[in-house]
Design a protein around this ligand. Structure first.
Ligand code: NI
Length: 143
């Protein structure tokens, strides 16, 4: 902060980057819609990077949202997923199950705890044989 400025005042700085990268960045800005300009998209990306950096620090309390997709006909898969969730019932806040079609299920598992535990539980679920794909999103809950 410079003298006389407030924490949320907008500060200008210039950024140098290769033209090809800037052109791709402008395409990203365009995809984010008419209400967005370069500055807003840079701010969004910086905020995302800061959240990612904070939530990956061991010991940081986070909320994780894990989304997985699986075929419920996979042998023993539902039972294994159920067992993991009971083993970590103190960390797993909620599970939503969606029957997508005849074969496919989607589950959203909300996990609370320190970053390394949330990631470990998510990796256990993601690594269970038969889980087709999934993604963990971490959110900070402090500050
Ligand atoms: Ni289902």
């Amino acid at each position: 902060m410079t003298k006389g400025s407030r924490a949320d005042d907008l500060m200008r700085f210039s950024v140098a980057m290769p033209e090809s990268l800037l052109m791709e960045f402008d395409q990203l800005v365009a995809r984010r819609g008419l209400a967005k300009n370069r500055s807003e998209v840079v701010r969004d990306l910086v905020r995302e990077a800061l959240v990612e950096s904070r939530t990956s620090l061991p010991g940081t309390v986070v909320m994780g949202t894990l989304t997985i997709v699986y075929n419920h006909h996979s042998p023993d898969l539902q039972n294994k997923l159920h067992m993991i969730q009971h083993d970590y019932c103190d960390s797993i806040v909620s599970t939503m199950h969606v029957h997508v079609n005849e074969h496919t299920c989607l589950e959203v598992v909300v996990i609370r705890g320190v970053s390394e535990l949330v990631q470990a539980v998510a990796n256990m679920i993601l690594g269970t044989k038969g889980v087709k794909n999934g993604k963990l999103v971490l959110a900070t809950v402090e500050g």
